[in-house]
Ligand binder design. Structure first.
Ligand SMILES: [Zn+2]
Length: 153
């Protein structure tokens, strides 16, 4: 006889079921959980199409949030343009896929170099918002809606 309860594991990045399940800890009644930062197949597919850029924070977004694991390529850049061993970072859940062809028109060479080598960048919050202000996404969304409805301006 088993009293084990199963939980559906969600992808951290898109919050959709990842396709695996885990056994709930005693007393944990949640039906869905996020276990780690491994992307689902859908998110992996998106990442293969461009440069994955994720926003990270120096502090956990919620108590107990794990940091991105050691061994994750870390694209932090110093003023001197060199890569450094950096302290733990915590993804905020904001991310995007960047067109590799546009890298050098948007980023300085030291960032573009790392992006091309690692196919991903981790941006601390200030830098992420500098390059990708929330307002930008609202404009993109507005354009998309206008296209869909055939609206002009
Ligand atoms: Zn996903």
């Amino acid at each position: 006889m088993s009293t084990e309860k199963w939980q559906t594991v969600l992808c951290f990045w898109c919050r959709e079921p990842r396709g695996d399940r885990s056994i709930a800890e005693p007393g944990d009644d949640r039906l869905e959980v996020i276990r780690d930062y491994r992307p689902c197949f859908h998110c992996m597919g998106l990442r293969s199409e461009g440069i994955f850029i994720a926003e990270v924070a120096s502090e956990p977004g919620s108590p107990g949030q794990p940091s991105l694991q050691e061994g994750t390529p870390n694209a932090n850049v110093t003023d001197a343009g060199t890569e450094v061993q950096s302290p733990p970072v915590y993804p905020t859940g904001n991310w995007l896929i960047f067109d590799p062809d546009g890298l050098r028109s948007v980023f300085p060479d030291e960032i573009a170099d790392i992006a091309e080598a690692q196919h991903q960048l981790l941006f601390h919050e200030e830098l992420y918002r500098l390059y990708f202000p929330p307002q930008l996404f609202q404009e993109v969304e507005a354009e998309r809606l206008a296209d869909e409805t055939g609206g002009v301006n």
